[in-house]
Write a protein of this length. Structure first.
Length: 176
């Protein structure tokens, strides 16, 4: 039984790594959703719903029913799904089945919280309390997939932002 659980965790980590490494590709997400559904996990349905909804036009009538089912699944399972992230993440938003938008205190992100970036495909991050940690944040490999970085509500000067301009991990950044 213990070996079976470890095997499931290893497979789970493999799927997650593929999703994090290919955040724009829905195929790894849908493969993972299939696997989760085979394991009887409702997260598979949630991933599939969000991937399908993300592909729909804003006015598509199917959206309302999908959103209702997503809310039902979140009401029942969100706290369990967030358990690996909860020690560090203060705010979050699911997109295409995974937490992709987070708000994290900078001190947590450069400490033990760096694991957040290994557990979910973070695309949008807001760091607060970051004024004196910008250099440490800029050195986080987990930022490599970020599309947007929000440092609002921090007391920053142009000098504070210089480490970000030199960071090799922010090449995909579209919004600062």
């Amino acid at each position: 039984m213990e070996g079976e659980r470890e095997s499931r965790m290893s497979q789970d980590e493999g799927f997650l790594r593929a999703i994090i490494d290919n955040p724009d590709d829905d195929t790894p997400r849908l493969i993972y959703a299939d696997w989760l559904e085979e394991q009887g996990q409702p997260r598979g349905e949630f991933i599939r719903l969000q991937v399908r909804r993300a592909a729909l036009a804003a006015g598509d009538p199917a959206r309302a029913e999908m959103e209702l089912r997503e809310r039902q699944l979140l009401a029942e399972h969100e706290q369990r799904w967030l358990r690996p992230l909860r020690p560090w993440v203060r705010e979050w938003q699911f997109h295409r089945g995974f937490v992709e938008r987070v708000r994290i205190p900078a001190e947590w992100a450069v400490g033990a919280g760096r694991g957040v970036f290994q557990r979910t495909p973070v695309r949008h991050a807001r760091f607060n309390e970051a004024t004196y940690l910008i250099g440490d944040l800029a050195a986080l490999p987990g930022l490599a997939w970020l599309r947007s970085l929000d440092l609002g509500h921090n007391l920053l000067t142009a000098g504070h932002l210089e480490p970000l301009t030199r960071s090799p991990y922010l090449a995909r950044l579209e919004t600062l």
